[in-house]
Design a protein around this ligand. Structure first.
Ligand SMILES: O=C(O)C1=N[C@H](C(=O)O)C[C@H](O)C1
Length: 296
């Protein structure tokens, strides 16, 4: 269970595979999760940004959680589920339901769009944390439209039910400030391209959509940093940077889904509108990064 062991290492936010008709393809999802679960990662994230949470219904999320639980089985591989919305009551309800459906923790994003005050955001997390399902707070101002102050972030991290934070704030300011103010809870990198810098600044790992491909190489980077071999880790990471940049050049997860579909890890690259398929020029640039082995 997540609150019994510290959050850290590599958490992979998973995609929600759709068929050519745009319907959820659970058979493809099961094969894909089965493969990921064998990779030696530290956890899975269902219904994150990469899982197209804005366009996947809550009923579909339930199917995804249940399928993930079944596949992960007895393995010690925690399942975090994105339950955060911009409505506190809905977030609480979803977090309680996710716990019943088999989640080990909830990834709760800072409430987006309504741009609440810091006080309102802290209260939002207090109510989510009171559900009993361990909560990971998710700071991603470029998507939410509001930035957590270090005081609010610290107030959230000091709550009993909050076990850590996914920091996608886009630079090292928040992470450094939390450390300076004595935060003891794990903060993980949520901005793939910044992984080495964030690990050096004290991050406990990463939530990395790009690690869906070439997973072993990301694990290697994390291992090298853990062993104190930062220069080697950074050099190994540099080999992945070109692919990471391409994966985020057009809206996530469209490039990733294309790569996964081309490798055979999922059956089809389809996203749901308003996300559309990637451009032909990006396909050409991604071609060299298609994982070699067919995983179909
Ligand atoms: O799905 C996620 O969780 C992630 N989302 C980020 C985003 O798309 O902005 C990227 C990160 O790798 C994980």
């Amino acid at each position: 269970m997540l609150n019994e062991r510290p959050l850290g290492g590599l958490y992979v936010p998973v995609v929600a595979p759709f068929g050519p008709d745009g319907e959820l393809d659970i058979a493809s999802y099961r094969r894909y999760i089965g493969r990921l679960a064998e990779e030696g990662i530290q956890g899975l994230v269902v219904n994150g940004t990469t899982g197209e949470s804005p366009t996947v219904s809550w009923e579909e999320v339930r199917l995804l959680i249940e399928a993930t639980r079944e596949i992960v089985g007895e393995r010690e591989l925690p399942i975090l589920v994105g339950t955060g919305t911009n409505d506190t009551r809905a977030t609480v309800r979803r977090t309680e339901e996710a716990m019943r459906f088999g989640a080990d923790g909830a990834l709760v994003v800072v409430p987006y769009y309504s741009r609440p005050s810091q006080e309102g955001i802290v209260e939002h997390f207090r109510q989510a944390a009171a559900t009993g399902l361990p909560v990971v707070a998710y700071e991603i101002p470029a998507r939410t439209g509001v930035r957590l102050t270090p005081e609010a972030a610290l107030a959230i991290l000091s709550m009993d039910g909050v076990i850590g934070m996914k920091d996608s704030s886009g630079d090292l300011t928040l992470l450094r400030e939390l450390l300076r103010r004595g935060n003891r809870k794990p903060v993980l990198c949520g901005e793939d391209a910044l992984l080495p810098e964030m690990l050096l600044a004290g991050a406990a790992g990463g939530f990395l959509a790009s690690a869906n491909a070439h997973t072993a190489r990301f694990l290697d980077v994390l291992r090298l940093f853990r062993e104190g071999r930062a220069a080697e880790g950074a050099a190994r990471f540099e080999e992945l940077q070109a692919c990471i940049r391409l994966l985020f050049r057009e809206p996530n997860p469209a490039p990733l889904k294309w790569l996964l579909a081309r490798s055979g890890a999922i059956s089809c690259e389809r996203t749901r509108l308003p996300l559309v398929g990637i451009t032909d020029s990006l396909k050409r640039e991604l071609e060299p990064y298609i994982p070699a082995a067919s995983l179909a």
